[in-house]
Design a protein around this ligand. Structure first.
Ligand code: NAD
Length: 476
């Protein structure tokens, strides 16, 4: 599959390619160009040339294109989901949800096309003041491998509807769905050069994009460490940046919670996408009076999860996406066993399959008796490990939940309104859920605090991330 620059499928300048493998089987699915700095220059030039015309089209014309793209993506949901599962590993049902989410976010921003307007501001004296909302120019969208279709939508929908042109850099191991979705925009009538995709390594393609003088904004989703590098480079060019980074979301289960529903929420919250979700439940704090009962429910639920190739319709949890994550998860569990820093209640090993699946599988794993300084609580664990910590009450739970460098999401499970309110007020995160976890919607602003980043995606808030306010003062 080729990169897409200026509306055309192109080879990389150097002609080199790299392979994309199915994480469930290790089979080669496709090869994509190994982009170079020259490819980035070419793509940014294409986006820059397309800018004036796209920016001067009406928001309603732009919405027409995005609506058509959403419609085509939905018509091809099954093929797109199949491709996404092949390259990413998630179960087909999750892949279909993701394609649906992609179409939905496009439609949501089409609906906001009429909101792209400034203000009239009365000022003293004989005159008027008003503001215009202008697109920024060429924007870079750099995305991770865990939810490539959804996060592509989160960036390009507000970016394009506001009149910007874009260069998208997919993650190195999941570019295929992104390339296919980008080609759909061409079919939907998006003019050449408005959306370009350059595949290749982050250190080359990503960094060249961030450094490019023509790029006015970078919307980055990925690890906190990479985000810091992006922020550093962007600061040199005084560019706008949105950073959607990692998380270590706590889930607090009070003694009055509906334990059945909390257990279901924790299982989905942790094991969806094989634990590779930025807002996954990564730390569980349970009141000690209900801990034993709650842990039993979790254990039973985990035993019902069907681990396997995401393409098999019975699978409820696929493999990890890549070797790095797989080795990391294995290392964490080996350390727990070696140093006796937790009790593995269920899971804890690489499964043995009878059939041909030999990818990056790891059993869904529940760990209790986790000490406060455990790596499971300090690091962002992107994989199917769920650590449970028991607490005496809410103050202790909130204190421990906030003891992290991250602040993406957090949830509190209780029927008591005062406890729910305390959670909302005191948990330090960009999104707080009450009696649920993981639910996201394009209508709702999304983003973190502390090392989980800054800026917001989704909701009307994301539009302002792609617009400049120009003030006009008129004397009469
Ligand atoms: P990553 O930081 O390794 O890579 C993200 C993207 O950045 C990739 O496209 C990569 O090629 C590129 N990149 C790498 N080095 C770069 C550099 N020096 N300059 C510019 N670009 C560079 O992250 P990942 O492993 O792909 O994704 C997992 C991470 O993403 C997790 O930390 C997860 O929590 C986070 N994430 C956050 C959100 C959110 O909305 N907050 C959503 C999904 C994932």
């Amino acid at each position: 599959m080729k990169m897409q620059i200026n509306g055309k499928a192109v080879e990389a300048c150097g002609g080199e390619v790299f392979g994309i493998k199915n994480p469930a089987t290790g089979e080669l699915i496709e090869q994509v160009p190994h982009g170079t700095e020259e490819d980035v220059v070419f793509a940014v030039e294409a986006a820059s040339s397309a800018f004036a015309s796209w920016a001067s089209s009406s928001p309603q014309q732009r919405a027409g294109v995005l609506y058509r793209a959403a419609e085509i993506a939905r018509q091809r949901k099954d093929q797109l989901a199949f491709l996404l599962t092949q390259e990413q590993g998630k179960p087909l049902v999750e892949a279909r949800n993701e394609i649906e989410g992609f179409a939905h976010v496009l439609e949501y921003y089409c609906g906001l096309a009429g909101n792209l307007k400034g203000d009239f501001i009365p000022v003293p004296g004989n005159g008027y003041a008003f503001t215009l909302k202008k697109p920024l120019g060429v924007c870079a969208a750099i995305i991770p491998w865990n939810m490539p279709a959804l996060i592509m939508g989160w960036k390009i929908a507000p970016g394009l509807i506001s009149g910007n042109t874009l260069v998208l850099k997919p993650a190195s191991n999941t570019p295929l769905t992104n390339l296919t979705l980008a080609s759909i925009f061409g079919e939907a009538g998006l003019p050449a050069g408005v959306l370009n995709v350059v595949t290749g390594p982050g250190e080359i393609v990503g960094e060249s994009l961030v450094r490019s003088p023509e790029v006015r904004k970078i919307s980055f989703t990925g690890e906190a460490r990479t985000g810091k590098r992006v922020a550093e480079l962007a600061a040199c060019g005084m560019k706008r940046v949105t950073l959607e980074l990692g998380g270590s979301d706590p889930m607090l289960v009070c003694d009055d919670a509906d334990l059945e529903s909390a257990a279901a929420g924790a299982l989905r919250g942790r094991f969806y996408n094989c634990g590779q979700t930025c807002t996954a439940v990564k730390r569980l704090y349970v009141f000690e009076s209900v801990a034993e009962e709650f842990i039993k429910k979790l254990e039973a639920g985990i035993k019902n999860l069907k681990l396997g190739n995401g393409l098999d319709k019975n699978t409820s949890m696929g493999p990890l996406n890549n070797r790095t994550q797989w080795e990391y998860v294995k290392e964490l569990v080996a350390e727990i066993k070696e140093k006796d820093t937790g009790k593995i209640i269920t899971g804890g090993k690489v499964p043995e399959f009878k059939d041909s699946e030999k990818g990056y599988f790891f059993e869904p794993t529940l760990v209790s008796d986790v000490p406060g300084d455990s790596r499971l609580l300090r690091e962002e664990v992107f994989g199917p490990l769920l650590p449970v910590v028991t607490v005496k009450g809410l103050d202790e739970a909130i204190g421990k939940a906030n003891n992290t460098c991250y602040g993406l999401g957090a949830s509190i499970w209780t029927k008591n309104i005062d406890r729910a309110r305390a959670g909302c007020e005191q948990l330090n995160a960009g999104i707080i859920w009450i009696n649920q976890h993981l639910k996201i919607a394009p209508e709702v602003p999304f983003g973190g605090v502390k090392e989980s980043g800054f800026g917001r995606e989704n909701g009307p808030e994301a539009l302002s991330e792609y617009l400049e306010t120009k003030t006009i003062m008129l004397k009469t």
